[in-house]
Design a protein around this ligand. Sequence first.
Ligand code: BV8
Ligand code: ZN
Length: 263
Amino acid sequence: MPDHEQDQGLQEARALLASARKVCVLTGAGVSAESGVPTFRGEEGLWKSFRAEELATPHAFRRDPRTVWEWYDWRRGRIRGCVPNPGHYALARLALGARSVRIVTQNVDGLHEVAAREAAGSRDPSPALPLEVHGSIFRVRCTSCTYRIPHRDRVRTESEAVLPRCPVCGSLLRPDVVWFGEALDSRVLEEAFESARGASVCLVAGTSALVQPAASVPLATLEGGGSVVEVNPADTPLTSMADVALRGPSGEILPRLVEGLLP
Ligand code: BV8
Ligand code: ZN
């Protein structure tokens, strides 16, 4: 996109955000790409090399929990070494600057939370944390009872016998993420759509806008008469409905977008 068009888009987007009463931010794997977290459908996409549609499902876990845990343990290892990038920090500053900004993320890598806590520092010991609609790769839950706990350690996957088990009931533990074919937590989902419905602007960054129901969050803002600003190097199914489409990496665009907005 030529620079002058980009600058004009940035000015339009800044004006929409500056006059917004409430802002809902929806992010996808693209905002973590510059942190080194592989996206799902990109060139080096996760789904490509790991037959992911077959792995991120409850059926796959029932059939072959060892292979599913092997994939998640590999991903956790990849993500554990990643840190937030300037895009995460720009959104954290935006959210810190105004309680009327809500971050809704499809990502399970926890990088928005790391950025939010760092941006808040000692000023705000309990900053508003992002809504993780697809769960967290660094939390596990029991396949039978309500046991659920943060979990960042390596997982042994050499045999089914050594896979992690629930200390309460002995059943297998699983990554606390939402798999394909599984319903999202209804309260989390309602909070995400409520935030979008009431927002004057939905800022959508780094998502291919393919996975439902998260991909419909920005539509709730449009239905409420609000605007959509999209940040993505590529077109998506949302682009034609966006008021402003900023073409480029979120790690570069979001700091430029936010710099003109914060005190
Ligand atoms: C549900 C957690 C119903 C796990 C994820 C057929 C069979 C089964 C289901 C379905 C079906 N057809 C439709 C469905 C529904 C399905 C769905 O939407 N499928 C899609 C693929 C068609 N949805 C579901 O199954 C959902 N549940 O519908 O339940 C139900 C109701 C009641 C009772 C029972 C059931 C659950 C969906 C959640 C799946 N879990 N993740 C894990 O991570 O292991 S989804 C996964 O995809 C991630 O969360 C990821 O965030 C998400 C979306 O992908 P994106 O984030 O958009 O990432 P992607 O790689 O696709 O795109 C990256 C983008 O970034 C690109 O646009 C790229 O251009 C851009 N980019 C790249 N670099 C940068 C950048 N942008 C900015 N800066 C950069 N530097
Ligand atoms: Zn249990």
